[in-house]
Design a binder for this molecule. Structure first.
Ligand code: PMP
Ligand code: GLU
Length: 403
């Protein structure tokens, strides 16, 4: 009998830290404990009614079979209409690939463009799956650190300095998970100019494009001219803006030859994304958009509440943070509490220990910044009700106070 042996790439692959933290919180809940769970970044709202109706109509109409591997042309056209309506950008359906969520889209891009010996530039803090998916291809993640003082923005100069002859891709996420950083148009354009000058393709992960707060603006990375668009692969989807995380629809929009290569890959690896979800996504993109703004407004209220509470904790407990311009995460530095007596007499030495102790002691679940390449930080998702946020933050504050 040959022994079971994992492939070398899988031996070192870590599980998704966000999903692992959520599973830990769920396991505690299953024991009957009330857990204040701020791990997952997923809207707590129900998918809008007209989108659900479109899914039911699709089932009744018999759209319950395989579709083209890269998605139905009607949805690709709806994606094209969306970019033209929202940003005045013109794309054709051969420039669009529909996948099983934006995470799958990101995996497709990296697998299609990168392999052993290649380098991928990733500003830190970064979303947990970026570096793992790069490493899975045998390519090397080149991490560019950003600071809280700069609002966690990577400058064009930092980007230029990180480029080598082996660079195959820049992964840029604005608004950013976990920091909430929304790059300004000027900052994006400066980065875009370096990308063109040095001929570096850019994966622009814009999944939080509709979650932008007062004082910040969103600018689509492909909007800085044809030379930039020719190097840009946009990633987005319906998960965040339309509260459709479970439907698993994401997309890539970019140069047709890259889209074609990813279509080939997808045809071998997964076939099409769910047929019913694709019809629901058309209704999301083409239908009434009021619910998108209503959810954004609600997220902004929660953001402002959380920022107020963290501000009060800044002076008392030395936590630090930058204001999120978008997405639904608060990302704060708790390293001032390391080595001190926290709730229940717990003493911690890093953010991972902090999250474990906070969960055990206060039943509050956060995600450690270690998973985002940001030691000392923790991430709180505020995609949950104000009541739950209030109690959870009371508990965090009591834990910091050593109660
Ligand atoms: N990119 C970022 C930055 C994310 O936070 C997420 C998490 N949802 C995704 C992509 C993937 O989204 P989904 O697969 O749900 O479409
Ligand atoms: N992107 C969300 C998060 O960071 C959902 C979980 C995941 O896909 O990793 O929490």
């Amino acid at each position: 009998m040959p022994a079971v042996r994992l492939s070398p790439a899988l031996k070192t692959l870590k599980p998704s830290a966000t999903l692992a933290a959520a599973a830990k919180a769920k396991a505690l809940k299953a024991q009957g404990v009330t857990v204040y769970d701020f791990t997952l970044g997923e809207p707590d709202f129900t998918t809008p009614e007209h989108i659900q109706q479109a899914a039911m109509a699709a089932m009744k109409a018999g759209h319950t079979h395989y579709t083209a591997a890269g998605g139905i042309v009607e949805l690709k056209q709806a994606v094209c209409r969306y970019y033209e309506r929202e940003y005045g950008l013109k794309f054709d359906s051969p420039q669009v690939l529909i996948s099983n969520g934006a995470k799958h889209s990101i995996h497709n891009v990296i697998t299609t463009l990168c392999g052993p010996g290649d380098e991928v530039i990733i500003p830190t803090p970064y979303w947990v799956s970026y570096s793992e998916l790069v490493a899975l291809t045998g390519a090397t993640p080149v991490l560019v650190p950003t600071t809280e003082a700069s609002g966690f923005v990577m400058s064009a100069e930092q980007f230029a300095a990180a480029v080598t002859p082996y660079t195959r891709l820049l992964m840029l996420n604005s608004p950013c998970n976990p920091t909430g950083t929304a790059y300004s148009a000027a900052q994006l354009e400066a980065i875009a100019r370096v990308a063109v000058e040095k001929k570096v393709p850019v994966l622009a992960d814009e999944i939080y494009e509709k979650l932008i707060y007062t004082g910040s603006q969103f600018r689509c990375f492909a909007s800085f001219g044809k030379d930039v668009a020719d190097l840009t692969i946009l990633v987005s989807g319906v998960s965040k803006a339309y509260a459709m995380t479970g439907w698993r629809i994401g997309w890539t929009v970019g140069p047709a030859e890259i889209i074609k290569a990813m279509d080939n890959l997808q045809s071998q690896e997964t076939s099409n994304p769910c047929s019913i979800s694709q019809y629901a996504a058309i209704a999301a993109l083409d239908g009434p958009q009021e619910s998108v703004e209503a959810m954004r407004v609600e997220f902004e209220k929660r953001r402002n509440y959380v920022m107020g509470r963290l501000e009060a904790m800044r002076s008392k407990y030395g936590i630090t943070f930058a204001q999120p311009g978008g997405a639904f995460y608060a990302f704060f530095n708790v390293s001032a509490s390391f080595g001190k007596n926290l709730g229940g007499g717990k003493v911690v030495h890093n953010a991972t220990e902090f999250c474990t102790a906070l969960l055990e002691q206060a039943h509050v679940a956060l995600v450690t910044g270690d998973a985002f390449g940001a030691p000392g930080y923790v991430r709180l998702s505020f995609a949950t009700s104000l009541d739950i946020l209030e109690t959870g933050l009371n508990r965090i504050e009591a834990f910091l106070a050593g109660v």
